[in-house]
Design a protein around this ligand. Structure first.
Ligand code: SF4
Length: 81
């Protein structure tokens, strides 16, 4: 999981079609409301991503899985490995 600071995002929308998991929605989207505080808070806590990496081996297992935020979210930043 990664997060984007809503006020640092310039709303260019380039990332929306580029995300292979279709996991990014504009902050103006009606479904974005619950995600805004989480993105704002954790974008200030977690390290910045500076290098492109291949997807995690089990990424497709979780793609589209309902309720995965409640089931799996942890406030600890990932190791990036
Ligand atoms: S690519 Fe996405 S996160 Fe980055 S500025 Fe554009 S809309 Fe915001």
């Amino acid at each position: 999981m990664l997060v984007i600071h809503p006020e640092q995002c310039i709303d260019c929308a380039v990332c929306v079609p580029a995300c292979p998991a279709e996991a990014i929605i504009p902050d103006t989207d009606a479904q974005a409301g619950a995600w805004l505080p989480l993105n704002r808070d954790y974008s200030l806590r977690w390290p910045n991503i500076r290098l492109k990496k291949p997807p995690l081996a089990d990424a497709d297992t979780y793609k589209g899985m309902p309720d995965k935020l409640r089931q799996f979210f942890t406030p600890q930043a990932g190791s990036g490995t």
